[in-house]
Design a protein around this ligand. Sequence first.
Ligand code: 4UU
Length: 541
Amino acid sequence: YSHWYSPETGIYQSKHPPVDLPKDPFLDVVSHIFSQHHHGVSALIDSTSGHTIPYSHLYPLVKTMASSLHQMGISQGDVVLILLPNSVYFPIIVFGVLYLGAIVTTMNPLSTLSEIKKQALDSKAILAFTLPDCLDKIHGLGIPAIGVPETGGSDLKQMGLLDFDQLIGGQSPNSVPNPTIHQEDTAVILYSSGTTGTSKGVVLSHRNLISMIELFVRFEASQYEYSNEENVHLAVMPMFHIYGLSYYVMGLFSLGSAVVVMRKFDANEMVKAIERYKVTHFATVPPLLVALTEKAKSVDGSVWKSLKQVCCGAAPVTRKSIEDFVQTLPHVDFIQGYGMTESTAVGSRGFNTEKHRKYTSMGLMAPNMEARVVDWVTGSFMPPGRSGELWFRGPAVMKGYLNNEEATAITVDEHGWLRTGDIVYFDEEGYLHILDRLKEIIKYKGFQIAPAELEAVLVTHPDILDAAVTAAMDEEAGEVPMAFILKRHGSLLSEAAVLDYVATKVAPYKKVRKVVFTQSIPRSAAGKILRRELRSLISKI
Ligand code: 4UU
């Protein structure tokens, strides 16, 4: 492996040949790409209503969105909050904002008002897009909000944004400014807790987005012989998370593929959508893969004929789930993808050939990226076959955490190495395998939960003196938050009361789901929670 690993520097090079990254601004790249796809092909389809936005409408809609936003006073550098479930309008809004050189921040629409407030203030959002039902809820933010209709009809007009008739009449709006956007300018701020602490704004530039499109989406497509314009992707993964945002909101349009958008996951709807739209590609997280396999066992085989590739990522998947899937749908190519918010979703992707199948690996590192595997105790660089923390370097690595130099310095060193907090090894053929996680985050169905955030909520309870949260394994969700609690002497606080208390204060997916009362919380001399000790406590329960 001498050509991709250097024992002197400890650096792993991507085994893929490097890709030339465009020097043009992101939107020039995107508009060029949009214009390549012929008219009449569907870009976005709402899985339930069937409402469709063809490629020919995509760019005019984006421009019209930009024009309306401009008229509302949004300009370069302003931040717009998108608080939406998956929607065919999601990409239109994102590109409309980016068109103006403004910045997008996205968030789970199930977040509580205090969570939303925190992110809106931190990112300095001045406008929000949300569901009409949520307009009341976010009224308290003190910024204007636009209600996005759940399903089609007259498209953007329903948002009160523009004259849609003019749009479909073929006249593009003429009042769209054309700001100079540099590749280093900020495009997106997503929230991630990184290796420690509570969530922080991950600042991604236009260059990061170009890297994502070229090194992940377009590179992967170039490895296959199929016609991308015939591929149909089922978008269940949330578009507010980096996985869905990179792939469904931004990347796939560069291929001219159709994106079937599921607003809310439902196993029966999933089967219907796959059958009705002849879905070819489906990105999942481990619990979704299991749900898909269960359906595939009980529903007639003809439904699954169109499926070509199923990917699983965002959280560790068990060997059993993989084997179950590939045995149930042997004609489908199964791969794992690995990435993180801080690397704009770029990381590694599986690639199977007739002879070569490594389902349990996360595949080969993306082109133009470099890695190191570092022993986190001694700091030494590990060769293939030996495990350590994965470090990443390359054009997809974030600019840093928003207004947080300290966290940025801990996470990305002065040479550009991003500490992933994942324990991995490269095998003799350069395939990446994940073993464990060094960082604190809990992955509930692929969503990030920061233990520090739940701990801060728990200790606001008058009967709780100290608390520590860690991941407990869970058959269905992968991991769930489990709280160790030191209660006030004589308190009658019950497990149920703790669960309820947290449930009122955080988004549903973040709820604490297990509670253990203990006599003490393991802490270092400096007061830091000893998380590895917590995890070993779990094994003794
Ligand atoms: C075990 O989850 C993501 C990004 C996911 C993704 C998946 C497939 C991106 C591209 C792709 O092709 O981002 P975050 O920031 O929410 O969480 C990142 C963390 C990683 O550091 C790792 O701990 O999520 C975990 N993770 C995985 N764990 C991501 N992918 C995997 C995986 N197996 N395949």
